[in-house]
Design a binder for this molecule. Structure first.
Ligand code: 4NP
Length: 156
């Protein structure tokens, strides 16, 4: 059974689509399945923010086919690990958890990825440079997380 990992932010158009695309690129799809969702439904059905698509493309990833969806309590059953981008997402997801098993699935992405920074800052209202910083924060954490599971055999 592959490990199922869900990346969660607020809108599912800036940070978690990047996290989905970045981690997916680092793992064997037979071993780790990656998806993303947002705690808010503002952008359901929309593609990622053009600034996220652009920074991903700069580093060789195409995330343009992703579509925003809202996080639901079913995700707490369906996924093995749920990574929150910031404390607000984390609290929102924990509030929806029904038991200790579900609570135990929820983690902060950067913390689990060994970063000194705890939150992936929300770049939505900020300048474009925020997306570059967000990309690198997520990329570093995902390198560490991918190593915890099985890396792509062709990387070894
Ligand atoms: P995300 O960024 O949570 O990284 O997708 C945001 C996207 C949209 C909004 C806020 C944050 N919004 O308020 O619409």
């Amino acid at each position: 059974m592959p490990t199922r990992i869900l990346m969660v932010c607020l809108g599912n158009i800036c940070r978690s689509p990047l996290a989905e695309g970045i981690l997916r690129d680092k793992v064997d799809p037979d071993v780790v399945i990656v998806d993303s969702a947002g705690t808010a439904g503002y952008h359901i059905g929309n593609p990622p923010d053009p600034r996220s698509i652009s920074v991903a493309r700069k580093y060789g990833l195409d995330i343009s086919q992703q579509r925003s969806r809202k996080f639901t309590s079913v995700d707490l059953e369906a996924f093995d690990i749920i990574y929150a981008m910031d404390h607000s997402n984390y609290a929102h997801i924990l509030d929806m958890a029904r038991d200790e098993t579900e609570m135990g699935k929820v983690k902060m992405l950067l913390q689990d990825g060994g970063s000194k920074t705890v939150e992936v800052p929300d770049p939505y209202y900020g300048p474009e440079g925020g997306f570059e910083r967000v990309f690198h924060l997520i990329d570093k954490a995902c390198t560490a997380i991918a190593a915890k599971y099985t890396e792509k055999p062709w990387d070894e």
